[in-house]
Design a protein around this ligand. Structure first.
Ligand SMILES: [Zn+2]
Length: 372
């Protein structure tokens, strides 16, 4: 099957935010069944809602891991063509997930018969929920460990869109909330209550005050060379004539590394504790989600070998999150390399250039020959 035929099936499977990934996994398993020389391992979450697929091709002593996520972000508004049916033009293909990242996956799957025929090996790891919870990757990594693959892996390529340039790191990201509690009262007698909004205004200032000293450190490998963090959501009050008893602010932060993130979280806690709050108002904050950052040294043996096949990006570290941090955290040399551009991801009329997919097929084949 050509990669475009495979991509047509993958796009038709609506894997928005993880749902229907079990169906996509079953389709891929049925495609692989007649090929032979391939062992597949399905990894299901306890509730059956998520499914990862591990595809082991050949019996290499030091398998190369190729990682991709099967889920896509919601289609959203603004499409001029069906998001869940592949639309082909002479030089592009359109559909939700063509760039992020079913195009790269389809090419990897299309290479399997060649890998088998040449007696080479590789291990493709497909995860179900990168765009949402990101829990499936941990289940898949645990399974890779049980299968004895993780300790032997030569390295991992996370096939996210990089325009076929090698990325060697990403920021450590965190999402958190600051909760402010007070006491509600009729607005005609505010002294009976404690206005949570007053606490929230103070916490807002404390957040940026805590961040400031961290922004002095920079790393030129990132296009945005320092850490960033912002308060991005705010909610409070239910009626104009009531003193609000609750205010909630969410924040998003991206840090140069885990140590910097941890230090900021401590500084924020301390700043909030020191706040001069009105009587009856309290403030707390907690982390609600995060993605591990990673940094692979350009001199690392695995990175050096991949860099003989593909160039390093002008800014080899990126500020967005991928599952690369999860692989790296398990001690596997990891980098990000795939077709398409990140700017095309998460957009209406998402597309990928066929030239990128053709080049990816040639590049990936060279890499598999080198490692297999
Ligand atoms: Zn992605």
């Amino acid at each position: 099957m050509t990669y475009l035929e495979i991509l047509r099936h993958l796009i038709a499977c609506d894997t928005t935010t993880g749902h229907a990934t079990p169906a996509a996994v079953e389709w891929i398993a049925s495609y692989l069944k007649p090929l032979g020389g391939v062992a597949t391992h399905r990894v299901r979450s306890a509730d059956g809602a998520r499914a990862s697929l591990i595809i082991c091709i050949g019996e290499g002593a030091r398998p190369l891991l190729l990682s991709g996520h099967l889920d896509v972000v919601p289609a959203g508004a603004g499409w001029t063509m069906p998001p869940f049916a592949l639309t082909e033009t002479p030089d592009k293909v359109f559909g939700r997930g063509t760039t992020d990242m079913k195009g790269a996956i389809a090419v990897a799957l299309s290479l399997i018969p060649d890998i088998v025929a040449h007696g080479k090996s590789a291990c493709i790891v497909l995860t179900p929920d990168e765009e949402v919870a990101g829990t499936g990757v941990h289940e898949a990594l645990d399974a890779l460990d049980r299968l004895g693959i993780l300790p032997r892996a030569a390295g991992c390529i996370v096939m996210e869109p990089t325009g076929l340039e090698v990325l060697l790191g990403q920021k450590e990201s965190v999402i958190g909330v600051i909760e402010v509690h007070g006491k509600t009262a009729h607005s005609s007698d505010p002294a009976q209550g404690a206005n949570a909004l007053a606490g929230a205004m103070a916490a807002y200032g404390a957040f940026y005050g805590a961040l400031k000293p961290f922004q002095d450190r920079s790393d030129a490998a990132f296009q945005v060379p320092h850490c960033v963090a912002d308060i991005t959501l705010f909610q409070s009050g239910i009626a104009a004539n009531m003193i609000p008893d609750k205010a909630e602010m969410a924040y998003s932060g991206r840090f140069l590394d885990a140590a910097q993130k941890e230090a900021f979280m401590r500084a924020l806690s301390e700043a909030l504790m020191r706040l001069p709050l009105p009587a009856g108002v309290s403030v707390a904050h907690r982390e609600t989600a995060g993605l591990r950052g990673f940094a692979t040294d350009a001199g690392d043996a695995f990175a050096r070998r991949i860099l003989t096949h593909a160039p390093m990006a002008a800014y080899p570290k990126v500020s967005y999150g991928t599952e690369a941090g999860c692989f790296s955290a398990r001690g596997i040399p990891t980098l990000i390399l795939g077709p398409g551009r990140i700017a095309q991801a998460h957009q209406p009329d998402e597309f990928i250039e066929k030239g990128q997919l053709d080049d990816w097929r040639r590049l990936l084949w060279q890499i598999v020959l080198d490692f297999g």
